[in-house]
Design a protein around this ligand. Structure first.
Ligand code: SF4
Ligand code: F3S
Ligand code: FES
Length: 247
């Protein structure tokens, strides 16, 4: 089958190309099970080597090829042509500065992520037998979902609150914080909750829900944000939360 790609292009460093414009490419002999990422490679390698996109693993693991495909944030390597049809519109994800074509500057995204202390904190000495810090399966279950994040930014760049205010930490940063706030072995949950109580923290989330269907890892993003909000309201964190009362 033939498939037409309409791609939003821009090169802020080159005069006459600094404004966004659309360009169409037609690919022949496309199989419905071909992936969008492979087709973008074909365009780059067979038709226009100047087309720029970011990708690495090609298997939905590294999170580097998030883009807006037919108006929805996706990883190009996880989407098949049969899922998007014979006309495919591809744009960079929204709310971050475009570096070139489909590549955006992820610096603001990672700055928000770093803000929430996305690392394990525990200053107690390790158990004397040298074994790891243990926790029950139930304790682990509290943050299992948010460990799956690959920092692709599909959630944050689909959030209207983030589009309206780039200072909002965004759902990905909250997911990153959730992973440690609800870890019974961690000791910095209260500090993270303080950070997320700030005006550009969780309360900028208006429960619009775009982030949850955008997540390629099927993380229940809005639910995780709700759990963090509840923890702040209760002035507490970790396993003390009754998760059944959260939804
Ligand atoms: Fe990507 Fe999902 Fe992590 Fe958001 S929560 S950055 S959509 S993997
Ligand atoms: Fe945005 Fe998701 Fe909240 S789309 S407003 S972070 S529920
Ligand atoms: Fe790594 Fe798509 S290229 S997730």
């Amino acid at each position: 089958m033939d498939v037409t790609f309409k791609i939003r292009r821009q090169n802020p460093d080159v005069r006459d190309l600094e404004k966004p414009y659309w360009q169409e490419f037609v690919l022949n002999d496309v199989d419905p099970t071909d992936r969008v990422l492979e087709m973008l490679h074909r365009i780059k390698w067979e038709q226009d080597g100047s087309l720029s996109l970011r990708r690495s693993c090609a298997h939905g693991v590294c999170g580097s090829d998030a883009m807006r495909i037919n108006g929805v944030n996706r990883l190009a390597c996880k989407i098949l042509i049969r899922d998007v049809g014979e006309r495919v519109q591809v744009e960079p994800i929204l709310g971050l500065p475009v570096v070139k074509d489909l590549i955006v500057d992820m610096t603001p995204f990672f700055d928000h992520y770093k803000q929430v202390m996305p690392f394990f904190v525990n200053d107690d000495p390790l158990p004397e037998d040298g074994r790891e810090r243990l926790q029950t399966q139930a304790d682990r279950e509290q943050f299992d979902d948010t460990t799956k994040c690959i920092l692709c930014a599909c959630c944050t760049t689909s959030c209207p609150s983030f589009w309206a205010n780039g200072h909002y930490v965004g759902p990905a940063a909250i997911v990153g914080a959730h992973r440690f706030i609800f870890d019974s072995r961690d000791q910095a949950g209260a500090e993270r909750l303080d950070i997320l109580s700030e005006p550009n923290g969780v309360w900028r989330c208006r429960t619009i829900f775009n982030c949850t269907p955008a997540c390629p890892r099927d993380i229940e993003v809005t639910k995780a944000i709700g759990e963090v909000k509840l923890a702040i309201r209760k002035g507490t964190n970790v396993g003390i939360i009754e998760t059944s009362a959260i939804h």
